[in-house]
Design a protein around this ligand. Structure first.
Ligand code: ATP
Ligand code: MG
Length: 499
């Protein structure tokens, strides 16, 4: 009895109890009472002198959101990656705020706010040009969480207090809470010492946490690449044990993670880590195949180096271009296959074998074995455009040149072509052809006309890049002129439709 009394006295379980019967008067009363009560934290609290965060580095938008919530009687902290990055002296990518206010309550406090997400409901608060993500503290009552047969969390909108929220975060270094007003960092899981030791450690039992959400393994890998940290031994063991679970993750989520690996300025390092820890296959099977060949690995690293350069120069990145590049060597291989060995060869050779074969290769590569399209249509459309521009840029047919220059994806297709030429994939003439396109693109009308004229007068063999492109073996059957033209148009049109 006494034991229970003492336990209750020091327990913070009331703070953590799920907020039930949302909206009822009783619940509201409890909520207000809870907000007024002094909160007993089991956290280690670090003052400014120790955590070293300069409050000036917290943007006005994040401060305003935290302040508005606390003024309304709620708890609110800057949390997650922002605190981690600020303590490491990095500039955070985004600022998240965690609170005990429920999404509907947050919504009422801000003019420009909306609730998003199903799996986890969060509120996006817009302030000037910033977007702050406000999440409600998560509860840890496992009975209220929907999971699939592998233990993966499907839906989870059970709310709790700061302690249960900290427990639900992925790594110790991501579970730090910065109280903007008091300027203290609250640490429930030893994140501060782990930050100091450059250690990535999953909170709780890593195998269970990876089963709940296998993407956490990819997040560990991403932080190895981004922060150059070590992985704690239990976390690493569980990663090796649970890799396979990534096969159940919806491709849209893997796509998001892949973008985070390759578009945040450490793409080359990310590729190293994915390879070193044998995870490429689980993130993107096609990329794994590509990386299995010397030519593929050289190409991918060249692409990623260029991507990192663009990030460091603050230039925009196109996901379509990135994915077109990562998958290209596989497309190229299948393109050659369909031209030379496919059983339909005898049928297709009468038309445009190179373009048809490329179309078949593209279809194959953007789908999984079960026919699922791996990437969203928006991106595959860009990728197909970039890929199908390649044989056209190689051939440089004078009558196609003006149309190609106006193609909405010409610039991306050209950049891709130039990289292929620079990598020596287009034979000796490749760089000349690429440079010609570069000059043509920059030229004015009169210069373009002159360049076209010169191209028309060029001996046929000199006007196209060779080698890299699979050889076209065309054996046309004699047929009437009009018939041949109709058939060719059908193929080109269907190809354009797909691009
Ligand atoms: P960055 O934004 O620099 O990529 P981040 O850690 O801030 O890194 P976010 O995706 O912005 O990553 O997530 C914000 C916080 O949410 C994380 O710091 C972590 O506390 C928590 N979080 C994100 N994803 C998960 C997950 N899969 N499981 C548990 N907690 C997560
Ligand atoms: Mg973040």
């Amino acid at each position: 009895m006494i034991k229970k009394f003492i336990k209750n006295l020091f327990s913070t379980s009331k703070v953590d109890a799920p907020i039930v019967a949302a909206g009822s008067r009783e619940a509201k009363k409890k909520q207000i009472a809870r907000a007024k009560k002094p909160i007993v934290h089991k956290a280690h609290s670090y003052p400014a002198k120790q955590h070293g965060i300069n409050p000036k580095h917290i943007p006005e938008s994040a401060r305003m959101v935290a302040q508005t919530l606390t003024d309304a009687g709620f708890e609110a902290y800057v949390v997650g990656g922002a605190v981690r990055d600020l303590m490491l002296g990095h500039i955070p990518k985004d600022f998240d705020v965690a609170t005990n206010a429920r999404p509907e309550q947050v919504l009422k406090l801000f003019r420009r706010a909306r609730i998003i997400g199903r799996r986890f409901r969060i509120v996006h608060v817009m302030h000037k040009r910033d977007l702050i993500e406000v999440t409600t503290f998560r509860g840890d009552n496992a009975d209220d969480v929907d999971t699939d047969e592998h233990g993966r969390v499907l839906r989870d909108n059970v709310y709790g207090g700061i302690e249960s929220d900290a427990k639900r975060r992925d790594m110790t270094i991501n579970a730090l809470y910065y109280d903007v007003k008091r300027q203290v960092v609250l640490d429930y899981h030893g994140g501060v010492p782990d930050l100091r030791d450059h250690m990535l450690r999953i909170i709780g039992d890593p195998a269970i946490r990876f089963r709940e959400d296998p993407v956490r393994m990819l997040r560990v890998l991403r932080f190895i690449a981004k922060l150059d940290f070590e992985v704690e031994a239990h976390t690493l063991d569980a990663m090796n044990e649970c890799k396979d679970l990534l096969r159940n993750i919806p491709s849209a989520r893997l796509f998001d993670e892949t973008l985070k690996f390759f578009t945040t300025g450490h793409a080359g390092a990310s590729m190293d880590v994915l390879q070193d820890y044998d995870f490429t296959e689980f993130l993107m099977p096609v990329l794994h195949e590509v990386m299995g060949t010397d030519r593929g690995a050289d190409w991918v690293y060249a692409v990623l180096e260029q991507t990192d350069e663009r990030v460091s120069e603050d230039k925009s990145l196109s996901p379509g271009f990135l994915f077109a590049s990562l998958m290209w060597i596989k497309v190229e291989e299948r393109w050659a296959f369909y031209q030379q060995q496919h059983p339909c060869w005898a049928f297709y050779q009468q038309q445009h074998p190179s373009i048809v074969a490329l179309d078949m290769a593209m279809n194959e590569v953007v789908r999984t074995d079960d026919g699922e399209v791996v990437l969203t249509k928006r991106f595959t459309a860009d990728m197909r455009d970039i890929w199908s521009l390649q044989p056209r840029l190689e051939k440089r047919l004078p009558r196609q040149v003006p149309k190609l220059l106006e193609h909405p994806r010409f610039r991306a297709g050209y950049d891709f072509f130039l990289l292929r030429a620079q990598m020596g994939h287009l034979g000796e003439a490749g760089l000349d052809v690429a440079n010609w396109w570069g000059m043509m693109y920059a030229a004015n009308g009169a210069q373009r006309a002159q360049m076209l004229e010169e191209l028309r007068n060029m001996p046929k063999a000199d006007n196209a890049a060779g080698e890299g492109a699979p050889k076209k073996r065309r054996r046309r059957k004699p047929k009437s002129k009009s018939n041949a033209k109709n058939e060719a148009n059908t193929v080109v049109d269907s190809n354009m439709e797909n691009t």
